[in-house]
Design a protein around this ligand. Structure first.
Ligand SMILES: [Zn+2]
Length: 318
């Protein structure tokens, strides 16, 4: 297993507006520092390389990339839109600082470096996360959609089908929207029901894709308090779909905010459950690229990563 890590440690958003109040923003580099130490001690870890921006433009139009750059350049301290959708930001929880654009571009380089690594299993450990970013809206701490960039790059390079399995607690509204009409890229998400949880606007079962993409979008919304016994049943259904498609690669949008101790997610998975998750994923015998999304408790994230990836360390010579 190989890994590439870039936590953009100088990009530290501090605030967000939640329920009308200014609160501490949890999307800080410290949330993943324990995971980074684990990764560097256990996997062959490479440094990100710079890439031309054309693979970014395959997902996000140039004007949107420029817009994020301008917002970032013009930000004084920290800019928070107080109204939903203002400045093409879906919510009031996604602040922009002078470091935002560089961090999002660095995440892009990290993704491109990761997808080009020669290994059956790859872990791309980066932030800001991506799955809430649509092609032309930021939101949910996300600016560029890292998983979508990876999927589109692989699909267009190899002309083969790609699956994205999103196990973050929150529905990846951005990834769903980007590939909603795309028959080559299947999006499958297991998440807290949008009736109660962010991003509220999407993640329902009847969102199945459109036109040529009909039948390539699968949502499994679950109620809060789910334990492994219930989660596993749904995960196995998702894995059966992936097995049937038999994609060239599986991209896992990996959020650890499904952990019992996570302050932003409301499932009850515990450390050892991630080991079981890893075992089920490995049983697929399909190359996997893990891309970090959410997960906001430093210790829960570290323990989840150690457990999940233990399976991929054992007996894996790729
Ligand atoms: Zn999340």
């Amino acid at each position: 297993m190989k890994a590439v890590a870039q936590l953009n440690k100088d990009y530290i958003p501090t605030l967000e507006i939640d329920n009308g109040k200014l609160v501490k923003n949890p999307e800080a580099p410290s949330r993943l520092e324990g995971v980074e130490i684990f990764v560097k001690n256990n996997f062959e870890c490479v440094n990100p390389k710079e890439y031309p921006l054309n693979y970014l433009y395959n997902i996000h139009p140039k004007w949107y990339v420029k817009h994020v750059e301008n917002l970032s350049k013009n930000a004084k301290n920290e800019y928070l839109p107080e109204v939903f959708l203002k400045d093409r930001i879906l919510d009031s929880g996604t602040p922009i600082t002078k470091k935002t654009y560089n961090a999002a571009i660095n995440a892009y380089y990290t993704v491109m470096t990761g997808v080009n690594l020669d290994s059956k299993y790859v872990y791309i450990l980066t932030r800001p996360p991506g799955h809430h970013a649509t092609s032309n809206f930021a939101g949910g701490y996300c600016f560029f959609n890292n998983a979508a960039i990876a999927a589109k790059y692989l699909q267009s390079t190899f002309q083969e089908r790609i699956c994205i399995l999103d196990v973050d607690f929150h529905h990846g509204n951005g990834t769903q929207e980007i590939f909603y009409e795309d028959p080559q890229i299947t999006y499958i998400s297991i998440h807290g029901t949008p009736e109660k949880f962010f991003p509220w606007i999407s993640g329902y079962r009847d969102e199945v894709g459109k036109d040529n993409g009909k039948g390539t979008n699968f949502n499994f919304p679950l109620d809060e308090g789910i334990t492994w016994e219930e989660y596993k049943v749904v995960l196995e259904i998702a894995l059966e779909i992936i097995e049937k498609i038999s994609p060239l690669k599986l991209i896992v949008s990996l959020g650890f905010d499904t952990h019992l101790k996570d302050p932003m997610g409301y499932f009850n998975l515990v450390d050892e459950d991630y080991k079981k998750m890893g075992k089920l994923l490995k049983k697929l015998d399909i190359p996997i690229i893990f891309i970090q999304e959410g997960g906001y408790d430093k210790y829960a994230n570290t323990n989840a990563a150690i457990n999940l990836f233990s399976t991929f360390k054992e007996g894996e010579n790729a």
